[in-house]
Design a protein around this ligand. Structure first.
Ligand SMILES: N[C@@H](CCC(=O)N[C@@H](CS)C(=O)NCC(=O)O)C(=O)O
Length: 216
């Protein structure tokens, strides 16, 4: 099984399925494509129908897009435990994951994921509104599912993978959140696999200027 990913420092979409696969204890080969280089498109074309990462290659299947990779992994290798068993909880989890997958464009554009960054920025009104939405979503979920465990739906799920790059951003750009959210973020960011990803991202040598606040 091969997971094709981008730079660990910058590729937020790559982190999501990588984290799920690590947490599920799966063995897989990582193929890293350095983004924004002269050869990126040639390398992407070799693996990715969408010309984007992540892509999973498994048993003759090519699966692209982070969300569908995670659903495939959950079905194929996790006995559907990528989501909790309860139907209503699964529905809430998928709603929140879809909201992340299809939205929060201001955060994505103005606070690009960068494992190396440690700076406090003034937030634009658009970013502040999205931070507020994430804060209230996380708070509601943590309050509802706290007796089942420390993750957003209690047990670890695909939803935590979806929001993992947001935790890296909030930490790196020193975004203030309430205590419930900070506790959740601390738990997520201190997960050994999250630490591995951020550590390896920090060690990468490439600099993508459009993802660096200092070059904007
Ligand atoms: N909706 C896609 C988004 C994937 C995406 O935008 N990936 C970026 C890197 S994080 C990419 O491959 N960009 C191509 C490029 O930089 O040439 C997903 O969920 O996987």
């Amino acid at each position: 099984m091969q997971l094709i990913i981008g730079n660990k420092n910058y590729s937020s979409w790559s982190l999501r399925p990588w984290l799920l696969m690590k947490k599920a204890g799966l063995k897989f080969e990582e193929i890293r494509i350095s983004l924004n280089t002269e050869t990126t498109k040639i390398e992407l074309a070799e693996y990715s129908p969408s010309m984007k990462v992540p892509v999973l290659i498994d048993q003759g299947n090519t699966i692209w897009d982070s969300f569908s990779i995670m659903e495939y992994i959950s079905e194929r290798y996790m006995n559907n435990e990528g989501w909790p068993q309860d139907l209503s909880t699964r529905a809430v989890g998928r709603s929140a994951a879809s909201e992340m997958h299809s939205g929060f464009f201001s955060i994505r554009n103005e606070l690009p994921m960068n494992c190396r960054i440690d700076i406090k920025l003034p937030l634009s009104p658009a970013v502040r509104a999205e931070v507020d939405r994430i804060e209230s979503l996380w708070t509601e979920l943590r309050e509802e599912f706290t007796s089942y465990g420390p993750w957003l739906l209690g047990e670890f799920s695909i939803l935590d993978c979806m929001f993992a790059p947001i935790a890296i951003r909030f930490s790196g750009y020193q975004v203030d959140v309430n205590t419930i959210c900070q506790t959740y973020m601390d738990h997520l960011l201190s997960d050994p696999h999250m630490e591995q990803w951020t550590h390896e991202g920090q060690k990468e040598s490439e600099v993508i200027q459009m993802s660096e606040i200092s070059f904007r």
